[in-house]
Ligand binder design. Structure first.
Ligand SMILES: Nc1nc2c(ncn2[C@@H]2O[C@H](COP(=O)(O)OP(=O)(O)OP(=O)(O)O)[C@@H](O)[C@H]2O)c(=O)[nH]1
Ligand SMILES: [Mg+2]
Length: 208
């Protein structure tokens, strides 16, 4: 997709605050600090449209970004930055309520309603290429697989690995998923070095 324009639309801290379903949505999920906001910015070709931070927990709501909004504000697509999973420095109840919100978002928005197609078309789950699937990533995967939307794993920060380690990281994910009978696409990305962005866009366009 050619990104001619991208805009931050709104930040939804609750179900009621979600925007009306006006365009397809692609959601980005992952542990806190895994690089969600950075990947979104890289995909949109914008530096700080989604706020990034060295400190985990920066994104605390579902943030909607419109791709190529027309003059009435209707975009081709929304990219949705989901709150970081498993951020330690918030209360248990706050964490539980995020998980409920994200879980509900990825399931309910992936179902067609009132003769309209489902807005949520795809879920990109980010995993740090240096660490592979951790226990927390597995928990999040289970939550994301509740969604009927197609799923892709994006390995982040691949610039921090050498060529061999990068290939090992990809193989590691496939190996990890095999026992579950899961064959998800896995893409190596680096927001820093702008790697994997074409591949990711191609996949997004195919599932749209
Ligand atoms: N080297 C490198 N660093 C990256 C890359 N992507 C993100 N980072 C760094 O990782 C840190 C976290 O990035 P964010 O994009 O804010 O992570 P996030 O997943 O949005 O974090 P939360 O909003 O807390 O859930 C920042 O310091 C980024 O600069 C990358 O591709 N390469
Ligand atoms: Mg973020």
């Amino acid at each position: 997709m050619k990104v001619k324009d991208a805009r931050f639309v709104l930040s939804a801290p609750s179900w009621a605050a979600l925007p009306p379903q006006t365009a397809p949505e692609v959601a980005f999920a992952g542990r806190s600090n895994v690089g969600k906001s950075s990947l979104l910015n890289a995909l949109l070709g914008r530096k700080q449209l989604a706020k990034t931070s060295g400190k985990p927990g920066k994104t605390q709501a579902l943030n909607f970004f419109a791709v190529n909004p027309n003059h009435e504000g209707y975009p081709d697509l929304f990219l949705v930055d989901l709150p970081g999973y498993g951020y330690a420095k918030v209360s248990q109840s706050q964490r539980a309520s995020w998980q409920r919100l994200v879980g509900r978002y990825v399931t309910e928005r992936a179902e067609p309603r009132d003769d309209r197609p489902a807005p949520l078309r795809a879920v990109v789950q980010l995993v740090d290429s240096r660490h592979g699937m951790t226990k927390m990533d597995e928990e999040l995967l289970a939550l994301m697989l509740e969604s009927s939307a197609p799923h892709l794993i994006a390995l982040t920060k691949s610039d921090k690995l050498g060529a061999n380690a990068r290939q090992k990281a990809v193989a590691g994910i496939h190996k990890h998923l095999a026992p579950y009978g899961l064959e998800l696409p896995v893409v190596l990305t680096s927001s820093e070095k702008k790697q994997g962005l074409h591949e990711l866009w191609n996949w997004i366009e195919t599932v749209l």
